[in-house]
Design a protein around this ligand. Structure first.
Ligand SMILES: Nc1ncnc2c1ncn2[C@@H]1O[C@H](COP(=O)(O)OP(=O)(O)OP(=O)(O)O)[C@@H](O)[C@H]1O
Length: 374
């Protein structure tokens, strides 16, 4: 369990003790569970008190109920809870995430409020407010009418989904890169997102991408900081090798670069990286993409594309392959990624062939159960 949100040592200490005690006794005693919940709530309240200046507007839970019309329209459901459509005072549409009482021990809530409330960028979703009443926790975001990017990538070709042009995809890739570069070095603190994937990229009415879901985020002090995690966090398929096994290097902003690269390759390959299979054997997705690039084959599944589009697809592929290099130092920074995506195709160097042959080779030091499945 790890927080690095500037919470005072006393608050943290109380919380850690609380977790240790509870992890040993939780199953056997509902009394302890109740005590844990109260203690947990106190920790969150204390966090909010210490970060009064950072906190967004606080709503009563009855107001949350009212703004969602008693949770009438469900937009989706993630690992930490369900998201409902709502409306606040001025008729402004919002998305309300109701956090699951049984998950995260409040860490997801604190992470989200502590990290996202420090940000202000066109490519990062805005947290408008929150609600905390006992075990009931809600986060209120600006509403993104085009939903999440995964719909557009994986459902391509389905009648229900509008398709994105190569220019759209390229603009989206650059927007996400700008948002990430801001989190890594531009905002008033440095933030590792640690769960970059298409499901966490929301699109506004103009298809402008916004990075969302900071439930696993972590603050870090300096650009080149190596951070430590006491459990692997992220989503299988996007999580960088070093997050699972320290022999691959330290966890840093380059871990987000890896996840970004995998997402970029999915945007080009139009499928989930974890399902990429050829003949009988399952193949490491970047390997599959690399071979297609080497063979000069179309990088889209839908056949012939125009020259300008081919160039965008090749550019995104090459950048994606640089980002998923196994050794963190071999990956570019996000500002370099922006330069590469915006620059001339001819100035891009071909990346080395990805060396991991299978995600199974990661040999996690942590159990994979601490990672979400994609
Ligand atoms: N601000 C928003 N505007 C519109 N739709 C949203 C918004 N936030 C979330 N959603 C919808 O709700 C779904 C669930 O979001 P959520 O962030 O809870 O989970 P996830 O990212 O899909 O999964 P996980 O939390 O497990 O990583 C999203 O996929 C998206 O379709």
């Amino acid at each position: 369990m790890y927080f690095n949100t500037g919470i005072t040592a006393g608050v943290m200490g109380g919380f850690m003790i609380c977790i240790i005690i509870c992890s040993t006794k939780r199953k056997s005693s509902t009394k302890v569970k109740h005590w844990f919940t109260i203690k947990n709530e106190k920790v969150i309240e204390s966090f909010l008190k210490h970060h009064g200046a950072l906190a967004q507007k606080r709503y009563k839970f009855s107001e949350v109920k009212k703004m969602t019309n008693s949770f009438k329209v469900k937009l989706g459901e993630g690992g930490f809870g369900a998201v409902y459509k709502g409306e606040i005072h001025s008729g402004c549409p919002v998305a309300v995430k109701i956090l699951n009482a049984s998950k995260g021990n409040g860490e997801d809530f604190i992470n989200e409020v502590a990290s996202i409330s420090r940000t202000s960028h066109v490519n990062v979703v805005t947290l408008l407010g929150f609600s905390l009443e006992g075990r009931k926790k809600a986060l209120i975001y600006e509403f993104m009418p085009n939903g999440s990017l995964d719909k557009f990538i994986y459902n391509k070709g389905l009648e229900t989904t509008a398709s994105l042009s190569w220019d759209n995809l390229w603009q989206i890739a650059i927007g996400i890169a700008r948002g990430l570069e801001y989190l890594h070095s531009g905002c008033n603190t440095r933030i590792l997102h640690l769960d970059i994937k298409p499901q966490n990229i929301l699109l506004d009415e103009n298809l402008c991408p916004k990075i969302s879901d900071f439930g696993l985020a972590k603050l870090f002090p300096r650009k080149d900081s190596i951070v430590s995690l006491s459990y692997a966090r992220g989503t299988i398929g996007y999580v960088a090798p070093e997050v699972c096994n320290k022999h691959f290097g330290g966890i840093s902003h380059k871990s987000d670069v890896y996840s970004y690269g995998m997402m970029l390759l999915e945007m080009v390959g139009v499928k989930k990286n974890i399902n990429a299979e050829t003949s009988q054997t399952s193949e490491y997705f970047p390997d599959w993409i690399y071979k297609r690039l080497e063979q000069g084959r179309d990088l889209t599944t839908d056949g012939v594309i125009a020259t300008q589009e081919t160039e965008i697809a090749r550019k995104m592929t090459i950048v994606g392959l640089w980002c998923v290099q196994t050794i963190p130092q071999d990956r570019p920074t996000m500002s370099k990624v922006i330069d590469m995506l915006e620059g001339n195709m001819n100035s891009l160097e071909m990346p080395p062939k990805p060396i991991l042959s299978s995600p199974a080779r990661l040999v996690p030091e942590f159990t994979t159960s601490s990672l979400q499945s994609g």
